[in-house]
Ligand binder design. Structure first.
Ligand SMILES: Nc1ncnc2c1ncn2[C@@H]1O[C@H](COP(=O)(O)OP(=O)(O)OP(=O)(O)O)[C@@H](O)[C@H]1O
Ligand SMILES: [Mg+2]
Length: 248
């Protein structure tokens, strides 16, 4: 049984043609799938459907065989914009998924501080979001998504606001954490090299449909040096060609 199974998924905003238009997609446990596609092709919409934030107009989405109905602790989600609570300190933003269930304990707070340290924000725990840079806010949102160690992580361009070096470091952190816990990941990005670096599968979306799937067989764990290798660049060229095939 697939971990996440989308079958004939269609979504339409009122009065518009479908923005997700018959998507079939199977993701096995522990896999990292990257979704790439041009702006407006439906990536964020598909991710929100996978999260249960919206329901498909037709078709269905199953997680471990059960229909996805609403987000819960089984799921970590990083939105395209960081969406932090402005009035809550960084530490309390990270602990939000715990607070929604129960009062955070000392070990929850330790885990939150550990995650913040891992993401280079050890000295920011008592700050408010407005006191952070955009990239730092994105990292807080990532820590919040990871705090409950969810089996499924959905990320919508989480590193788009970061410089190349920080982005590379966070990609490595993300892969390490997910491999450790065998987290299943669906990662939306515009960045072809990011998709090839992170993904073991890359799915190309075009006007609401999945156009192409590439299996990436680079060695794991990845290393930053791979980015300069011929094999890595061949994969990038293939993804690029698939995207260029989209002439809309
Ligand atoms: N709430 C909404 N109401 C109506 N149309 C919407 C709404 N949200 C998104 N759309 C439209 O649906 C289409 C797909 O949007 P979506 O946000 O899924 O694209 P995307 O692939 O994530 O784009 P980007 O790469 O720019 O983030 C776009 O044409 C967008 O204008
Ligand atoms: Mg989007």
């Amino acid at each position: 049984m697939a971990f996440l199974d989308m079958q004939g998924v269609v979504y339409t905003y009122p009065g518009r043609p479908p923005v997700v238009d018959g998507v079939d997609w199977r993701i096995d446990a522990g896999e990292v799938h990257c979704l790439v596609g041009r702006s407006g092709c439906g990536k964020s919409t598909l991710l929100k459907l996978a999260a249960g934030l919206m329901q498909p107009r037709s078709g269905r989405i199953l997680m471990r065989g059960e229909p996805v109905r609403a987000p819960g602790p089984q799921l970590g989600f990083v939105f395209q914009a960081p969406t932090l609570l402005e009035w809550a300190r960084v530490i309390d933003n990270v602990l939000l998924p715990v607070s929604l269930q129960r009062r955070p304990r000392a070990d929850d707070i330790d885990r939150a501080l550990e995650l913040l340290a891992l993401l280079g924000l050890a000295d920011r725990a008592r700050h408010y979001p407005r006191q952070l840079s955009g990239g730092q806010q994105s990292r807080v949102a990532l820590a919040r998504a990871l705090i409950l160690e969810p089996p499924l992580l959905l990320l919508d361009e989480p590193f788009a606001a970061l410089d190349a070096i920080t982005r590379g470091e966070l990609q490595d952190d993300l892969l390490r954490m997910c491999r450790l816990r065998r987290t299943t990941v669906l990662f939306v990005t515009h960045d072809i090299t990011e998709a090839v670096y992170l993904g073991d599968h890359i799915v190309v979306m075009q006007r609401g449909r999945l156009l192409d799937t590439l299996r990436i067989t680079l060695d794991a764990p990845r290393s930053q040096a791979m980015r300069h290798g011929a094999e890595f660049n061949r994969y990038c060229a293939r993804v690029r060609a698939a995207l260029d095939g989209d002439t809309a």
